[in-house]
Design a binder for this molecule. Structure first.
Ligand SMILES: [Zn+2]
Length: 241
């Protein structure tokens, strides 16, 4: 198997002594755009570790309204905490930016987690980042304008996936992420396009002026970046194992 698995932060933390067992059990997968990896109430049968692309955690109301509460890229995995907890999903997990990754059965993941202190620490940090993100998203959704949230979301997606300036995010997906109507996103896109900040194409857009997006993004972006730097920059081993 190629060393693509090392691009995932959690898998890269597995000690060499456990690695051979892991490599014999993990399977490469592609993450197709719009694929639903988990639905609320669904049993966790496998854990999915992206090596690139972006998976959004989406909460939905019975009426079908949606909003994003977290995002998972190569820094984390889908189902990673539920597999060791309730073993049921509480949100939708959908592919927003296509990519690739690796799947491991939930049973194999639980064995791997028990055997690898490095993975345990990495998972704890990822959960901490995801929780900080969810808290920030709650504040952001209540307090900041759609344009500011749009700019923050696009910058985060670009940073988390490493896609550069060409962002394969559909306007429907951004509406789902932001919890607004598609027409609202279209209006924001038109404003940013008129300012020369972005240029749309079918299924995505190019960032022409990243500085303009940075200036228009809400302060949540800076808060999240500093939280991530603090969590990932802390001592590697924090618990006795
Ligand atoms: Zn905000």
């Amino acid at each position: 198997m190629s060393a693509e698995w090392k691009r995932n932060r959690l898998l890269a933390a597995i000690e060499p002594r456990v690695r051979a067992d892991f490599l014999s059990r993990v399977q490469p997968i592609s993450l197709a755009r719009d694929a639903i990896l988990l639905r609320p109430g669904e049993e966790i049968r496998e854990v999915i570790f992206p090596s690139d692309g972006l998976v959004g955690l989406i909460s939905a109301t019975p009426a079908g309204d949606t909003v994003q509460t977290g995002m998972i890229g190569a820094d984390g995995a889908v189902g990673v905490f539920e597999a060791c907890g309730s073993r049921r999903s509480t949100a939708f997990a959908g592919v927003q930016v296509p990519g690739a990754g690796f799947r491991l059965s939930a049973d194999d993941y639980r064995r791997l987690f028990t055997a690898s202190p490095g993975l345990q620490t990495a998972v704890h940090k990822f959960v901490e980042v995801l929780l900080a993100e969810a808290r920030q998203f709650v504040a952001c959704n209540a307090l900041h304008s759609v344009e500011a949230r749009f700019c923050r979301s696009v910058l985060e997606a670009a940073d988390r996936t490493g896609v550069g300036t060409s962002i394969p995010l559909k306007q429907e997906t951004l509406a789902e992420m932001l919890g607004v109507q598609r027409t609202t996103v279209t209006a924001v896109v038109s404003q940013l396009q008129a300012k020369g900040a972005i240029r749309t194409w079918r299924g995505g857009f190019d960032v022409l002026d990243r500085g303009a997006l940075e200036r228009n993004a809400c302060s949540c972006r800076e808060n999240l970046l500093s939280a991530q730097a603090e969590i990932y920059g802390s001592d590697e081993e924090v618990c006795e194992s």
